[in-house]
Design a protein. Structure first.
Length: 65
């Protein structure tokens, strides 16, 4: 699975970074950036939590191509 952030929707609330700091970081413009795809079951749980926690629904999980 891969994480995707819609930079137009992201408002920099940083819920994703708080939940999964190994997977997300805010850039200089306070937009979430994906640092890496979840590799372990624990990281997948964190990624799913970040998707649910995003108040703008700017994060989604997609099947890797």
């Amino acid at each position: 699975m891969k994480l995707v952030v819609d930079g137009l929707l992201c408002q920099g609330y940083a819920a994703c970074e708080a939940i999964a700091p190994a997977l997300f970081q805010l850039d200089a413009e306070n937009v979430a950036v994906v640092l890496k795809a979840p590799q372990t079951p624990e990281e997948m749980d964190l990624a799913e939590g970040a998707v649910r926690a995003c108040p703008r629904q700017a994060i989604r999980l997609e099947a890797a191509a």
